[in-house]
Design a binder for this molecule. Structure first.
Ligand code: NAI
Length: 320
């Protein structure tokens, strides 16, 4: 239909597109006119053999519906080769979906360097390498769209996944910074924390849940975020099963103490509840917001002392 969001003449690179969410993205963008680079190392998330032709199978499905796609089997750790595939085949890159991922779940006590490094390398370094290679093209054409894939595990922590959660929250910081650096070149970057049935989650969730969280229900939000009409950048969204919502930081009202010799651990203890009082929340989105708080502290009257407001009755020992 004439009113659908289209991506004609654009090139979309999807990492980890041999299955799961990546495959859903690849099929969608190809069906909406984009040239798609279907990247996947073609192994399972636990590094088992099999599925070696995953990207070719997806490319075959795209061609069968009249779309344009090419397979790429490089690891995202060699992101420049993936971007080269886009340029060599389609002459440009417009959208990068950093989606590839692995799990090496293990309790922190038993974690080995190999478990840590492989997860950090695929998710964090891989996303960096792909974005870094795409960046000069984006900058030159003054157009680029990047999606990084975070996770509830990163945003909130998750038992047995400290490697994965560290990588996933690092991607939020990465997203927010390159969003700030890219905006003047019309390079927009957002992070999504998806929930979807895939081989990564099929052993974790019950079948009745999996039936309602198709990867297809993550795709439309991503499609909006990478469309030329979008101006949203540096944001985090959770999305899955038809639910989608933006997430942000929240700061409590907080406690301001005058930095003098009455600024003691005891003075903090006396007013501890203010530190976590979220009844008047603020939603900071830059270091400048913190500067305002520092100015407030510096502006406290020279007669102010941090202990004078304490109700020291003599019954309670004054802790300093
Ligand atoms: P999936 O396992 O089906 O897809 C990941 C794909 O990445 C696989 O096809 C795999 O072969 C590929 N891959 C692994 N290492 C690679 C590398 N070095 N280079 C290129 N490709 C590589 O899993 P799913 O669920 O589709 O995951 C997609 C993304 O979504 C991942 O980043 C994952 O962490 C994230 N995610 C998924 C959630 C879910 O509920 N499915 C929840 C939160 C995050």
């Amino acid at each position: 239909s004439k009113s659908e969001l289209r991506y004609d003449n654009q090139t979309v690179v999807v990492t980890g597109a041999g299955g799961g969410l990546g495959k859903a993205y690849a099929l969608f963008f190809a069906s909406r006119g984009a040239n798609v680079v279907v990247n996947d190392v073609g192994r399972s998330f636990q590094d088992e053999k099999g599925g070696d032709k995953a990207a070719d199978i997806v490319v075959g499905e795209i061609k069968a519906i009249g779309g344009k796609a090419v397979a790429n089997y490089d690891s995202v750790e060699n992101g420049e080769k993936i971007i080269e595939t886009a340029i060599a085949n389609f002459g440009r890159i417009d959208v990068l979906l950093n989606n590839a991922g692995i799990l090496r779940d293990i309790s922190f006590k038993n974690m080995k360097d190999q478990d840590w490094d492989s997860v950090i390398n695929v998710h964090l370094r891989g996303s960096y390498k792909c974005a870094r290679a795409a960046w000069p093209h984006f900058k030159k054409q003054k157009y680029g769209r990047i999606i990084n894939t975070t996770s509830a595990a990163g945003l909130f922590g998750s038992f047995g996944q400290c490697n994965y959660s560290a990588a996933k929250l690092a991607l939020v910081g990465f997203t927010q910074t390159i969003a700030k650096e890219g905006v003047k070149y019309n390079i927009l970057c957002n992070a999504i924390g998806p929930v979807a049935a895939s081989r990564m989650t099929e052993t974790v969730w019950p079948p009745e849940m999996l039936a309602n969280i198709s990867p297809d229900w993550v795709v439309p939000l991503v499609a909006v975020l990478v469309h030329s009409s979008n101006s949203e950048t540096g944001s985090i969204f959770e999305v899955g099963g038809g639910h989608m919502a933006k997430l942000r930081w929240e700061r409590a009202k907080g406690l301001i103490l005058k930095p003098d010799d009455t600024y003691t651990p005891g003075a903090i203890l006396q007013q501890w509840s203010k530190i976590s009082d979220f009844s008047e929340p603020e939603h900071p989105n830059g270091i400048a917001d913190m500067m305002e708080k520092l100015k407030e502290a510096m502006a406290l009257d020279s007669n102010d002392t941090n202990v004078e407001t304490l109700d020291f009755t003599g019954k309670v020992a004054l802790v300093t």
